[in-house]
Write a protein that binds this ligand. Structure first.
Ligand code: PLP
Length: 419
């Protein structure tokens, strides 16, 4: 069966034909490609086409598809069984490795997704502070837990409503929404809700609604406000962790969060999420502390083995390669776009993340995104797909460079673009 036939079948079996909405190619006037294989920087679909992959499973595959050392670790782990629901030493190796390298982390708890990590961090922040409300920023994505499926309301500053049906008004009441970059607004929210705010949650490098790079002064201001009001600062580094250097944005900026959440890269492409921080906060979690959290498949030994090798391979030289690969990719794409009807685009880059967007304006919050971005992205996505280049299938998603996108792949990218 080809991709079209598989999608037709899938529409009958699965809501919208997909297990995660962004995969549906909604608004892109074509059906999703069904991928049957990936290797290095490439993926192959059921129609026999291959593509240079810039989605990379939305981030986890920092070394490319089927990295041989990660594959070997997975196979080796399988030989011992793939879940015990009991104590094992494999998760300790990953925990020890991460804790040894990131100075503000004393303890870590593994789970199976980024959403679970943020969900745990929300409960933990509430449990630690005894307060109910959290601050979230417009344009930051933190997974699909109810507390985060909240958008700015149409009423007063800080009011909010659910962005999904099924999320109660009660949930929306406890999530306060601010605009990225607007420290004054955050100050006002703290003053309006004295002793009620448990934590600020932020993607320190917001990369789920375009790439909305923040001033360090803003992040620093949030740190100070949290200290002043005895609230926690939580960095959601599910996308930026282990990508913008090993210690993510916390390490890059020197701004230390009280809790950090990880996902994506931490499992090397296997399902892993984590919450980490100092012992004094982490020990609020059960069974020591009063905040409950659990998981049948948490600390899964195969996923732990994959994550460990994935992270061990992230040497300083690897980061250099990762970033320089991405810089070259962006240069090649930009050059082609400028001369082929996409001169309205700029390509924003931060390390190995890049974001082509149809405006020359500076972007630092979602109000800066251009109105015609969906139509313009459709045009770009379509040409790229026809040329064998797979961008993440949505105007709001960033592109992911990898260590596998080496000079040979970049040469191929150039050929595909210009032919
Ligand atoms: C992807 C992402 C999540 C959600 O992780 P899942 O593994 O998809 O549940 C949460 N926060 C950020 C910043 C993310 O990029």
């Amino acid at each position: 069966m080809n991709s079209n036939e598989l999608f037709e079948k899938s529409l009958k079996l699965v809501p919208g034909g997909v297990h995660s909405p962004v995969r549906s190619f909604k608004g892109l006037h074509t059906t999703p490609r069904f991928i049957n294989r990936g290797k290095g920087a490439y993926i192959w679909d059921e129609d026999g086409q291959n593509y240079i992959d810039f989605c990379m499973s939305f981030g986890p595959l920092i070394h490319g598809h089927q990295d041989p050392e990660i594959k070997e670790a997975i196979i080796k782990a399988l030989d011992n069984g793939w879940t015990f629901g009991a104590c094992e030493k494999y998760s300790l190796e990953l925990a020890e490795f991460i804790i040894g390298k990131i100075s503000f982390i004393e303890q870590i708890r593994f789970m199976s997704s980024g959403t679970e990590a943020v969900m745990t961090a929300v409960r933990l922040a509430r449990g630690i502070t005894g307060r109910a409300k959290i601050i979230k920023f417009n344009g930051c994505y933190h997974g699909h837990l109810d507390a985060m499926l909240i958008k700015a309301g149409s009423g007063l500053a800080g009011t909010a409503e659910a962005s999904s049906k099924g999320v109660t008004a009660h949930q929306a009441d406890d999530t306060l929404i601010c605009e990225l970059g607007d420290l004054e607004e955050v100050k006002k929210i703290f003053d309006d809700h004295k002793d009620q705010i448990a934590a600020i949650f932020i993607e320190p490098l917001p990369a789920n609604n375009g790439l909305l790079i923040q001033e360090e002064a803003f992040l620093k201001g949030l740190r100070e406000l949290c200290d002043k009001h005895c609230a926690l600062l939580v960095f959601d580094e599910v996308i930026s962790g282990f990508r913008i250097g090993f210690g993510g944005m916390a390490e890059k900026t020197g701004i230390i969060p009280d809790l950090v959440t990880y996902g994506k890269i931490i499992g090397g492409g296997m399902p892993v999420g984590a919450v980490a921080g100092p012992r004094k906060f982490m020990e609020f979690l059960a069974p020591v502390g009063p905040v409950y959290q659990a998981g049948t498949l948490s600390g899964n030994p195969v996923a732990m083995a994959a994550g460990l090798v994935n992270l061990k391979k992230l040497t300083p030289a690897a980061y250099e390669k990762l970033n320089s690969n991405t810089t070259k990719v962006v240069a090649v794409m930009k050059d082609w776009m400028d001369k082929n009807g996409f001169e309205d685009y700029q390509t924003i880059q931060y390390g190995s993340l890049f974001y082509p967007i149809s405006t020359h304006d500076k972007l630092s919050n979602i109000t800066h995104l251009p109105k015609n971005m969906n139509e313009r992205f459709f045009a770009l996505f379509k040409v790229m797909l026809e040329k064998g280049i797979y961008l993440a299938p949505n105007a709001y998603e960033v592109g992911f460079g990898s260590i596998a996108h080496d000079d040979k792949v970049i040469e191929d990218l150039k050929n595909r673009l210009w032919n």
